[in-house]
Design a protein. Structure first.
Length: 386
C-alpha cells in the first residue's frame, strides 16, 4: 500500500488564541497564577500535539470488495485496519466517487497494538463506469476532545460498474436484423441442412458428409458441401456530448449495453468502437462483458479522438451499425454517410430528455436513408416510430 500522508489539525487556533489571552492577562494583571496556567496550557498543547500526531500515524488500511458489479448492485466493502501501536478513538472516511447511501464516517474506537480491526460499509454507485478511489481520511480527537487530527493516506483501488439494461423489445426486429451477403463467411463445408454442391474429399472433411453412392459411381471420394449459416454482425458506436458524469450521458452507456445484450442474445457477433479503441465482433456471451467494460471506460478516454474513418475499410463495412447519442443526428450526418458508403445499415438512436420536433428529425433521417429512433431517456419509451 502506497501512502502519502497529508496531516491537518483542527481546533488548535482557538486553543492558541485562548492561551495568548490568558498570557496577556497574566502580564497585565501581574497574577502569577494566570501565568502558570498559560504555561501549563502550552505544555498540554505540545504534549497533545505529539500524542495526537502519533495516534494517527502508521495506520495501515486495506479494502476488500467485489471488483466488478452492475449498477444498483450493493457493494460490501470490508476494511482491515492494522497498527503496530495502540490507537485511540479513531475514525476514518473513505472518499469514493459517485456513491449513494454511504456512511459518511466509520468509527473504529480503539485498536490494540499488533491487532487488526475489520469494519464494513455498503455503497451503491450512481453511474456506470470504471472508478478509481484512493484517499482514505483517518481522524481522531485524542487526547483532547477539542483538537482534531486528520491524516489522508493513498490507497489505490478501482471498481468496474457495468451499466444496467433497458428493455428494448419495442424496437422493430426487422430493423435490428438486417443481413448482408458479405457477412456470409462460408467455409468449405458448413453445418447447415441445405446441400449446395459436391467436391472431392480433403483432409479434415467430415466422414458423415461423404456421398457414398456418388463416390462409388464415379470411383472417387466425393463430399457433400453444406451451406453454412449466415454470420450476423453488428457494431455499436456510443457518442456522448461531453465526458461529464450526468444521467444524460449515462443513458447512452445503458442503451448501448442494452443493444449489445439484445444482439448477442440473438446470436450476433457484436463489436464496438469507443474512443480510439476497436473491439472486433465476436460471438459468445463472454463478449458482452468485454464490450461492457470498454463502455464503462468511456469516461476515461478522449471521445473526440474517435477517428472512425480509419476503420471503415478494414472493419466497419457491410454491417449493422448502431449509433447511440444524445446529440442531434444532423451533427453526425457525415459519419452516417461514410458508414452507408461502405455498405452499412445505420440505426441512429437519439436519446434526449426533452424531444423537440421528433417527426421532423424522423423525416430527415428517412430522406437521408438512415433510421432514427428518438427515445425518452427517463422512461425508455418510443416517442416516434416509423
Amino acid at each position: 500500500m502506497k501512502q502519502k500522508p497529508q496531516d491537518k489539525i483542527f481546533g488548535i487556533k482557538n486553543y492558541l488564541l485562548l492561551n495568548i489571552v490568558v498570557l496577556i492577562t497574566s502580564i497585565n494583571t501581574g497574577l502569577n497564577l494566570l501565568f502558570f496556567i498559560s504555561i501549563i496550557m502550552m505544555v498540554i498543547l505540545i504534549l497533545s500535539y505529539y500524542m495526537g500526531k502519533k495516534n494517527i500515524d502508521k495506520v495501515e488500511i486495506q479494502r476488500f470488495y467485489k471488483k466488478e458489479i452492475f449498477e444498483e448492485e450493493r457493494v460490501d466493502i470490508i476494511y482491515e485496519i492494522f497498527s503496530n501501536d495502540d490507537k485511540f478513538f479513531l475514525e476514518f472516511k473513505d472518499h469514493i466517487p459517485f456513491v449513494k447511501n454511504s456512511i459518511s464516517s466509520l468509527y473504529l474506537d480503539n485498536i490494540q497494538k499488533g491487532t487488526t480491526r475489520r469494519v464494513e460499509n455498503s455503497v451503491f454507485f450512481n453511474f456506470p463506469g470504471i472508478f478509481y478511489f484512493q484517499r482514505i481520511e483517518i481522524s481522531s480527537s485524542y487526547p483532547l476532545p477539542f483538537l482534531r487530527f486528520k491524516r489522508s493516506v493513498l490507497v489505490n483501488d478501482r471498481i468496474v460498474v457495468y451499466p444496467k439494461y433497458f428493455d428494448i423489445t419495442f424496437f422493430p426486429e426487422h430493423l435490428m436484423n438486417i443481413k448482408s451477403e458479405s457477412e456470409q463467411f462460408k467455409s468449405r463445408i458448413g453445418y447447415g441442412d441445405d446441400i449446395w454442391g459436391i467436391k472431392p474429399y480433403e483432409f479434415g472433411d467430415r466422414i458423415r458428409d461423404i456421398d457414398w453412392k456418388l463416390s462409388l459411381k464415379l470411383d472417387d471420394i466425393l463430399v457433400k458441401v453444406r451451406e453454412k449459416k449466415l454470420g450476423k454482425k453488428a457494431w455499436v458506436i456510443p457518442l456522448i456530448k461531453n465526458q461529464l458524469y450526468t444521467e444524460d450521458n449515462s443513458d447512452i452507456i445503458r442503451m448501448s449495453a442494452s443493444i449489445i445484450k439484445n444482439r448477442v442474445d440473438n446470436e450476433y457477433a457484436v463489436g464496438e468502437v469507443v474512443g480510439g479503441k476497436v473491439l472486433i465482433p465476436q460471438l459468445g456471451r463472454e463478449q458482452i462483458y468485454l464490450l461492457l467494460k470498454e463502455l464503462s471506460n468511456i469516461w476515461n478516454v478522449n471521445i473526440k479522438d474517435q477517428k472512425l474513418d480509419l476503420y471503415f475499410e478494414s472493419y466497419l463495412k457491410s454491417s449493422i451499425v448502431f449509433i447511440v447519442s444524445n446529440e442531434s443526428p444532423r451533427k453526425h450526418i457525415a459519419l452516417i454517410s461514410d458508414l452507408k458508403k461502405y455498405g452499412n445499415s445505420v440505426i441512429y438512436i437519439y436519446i434526449k430528455e426533452k424531444i423537440d420536433n421528433a417527426k421532423d428529425l424522423m423525416e430527415y433521417g428517412i430522406a437521408n436513408e438512415f433510421f432514427i429512433y428518438i427515445t425518452d431517456s427517463r422512461h425508455m419509451e418510443m416517442v416516434f416510430e416509423e
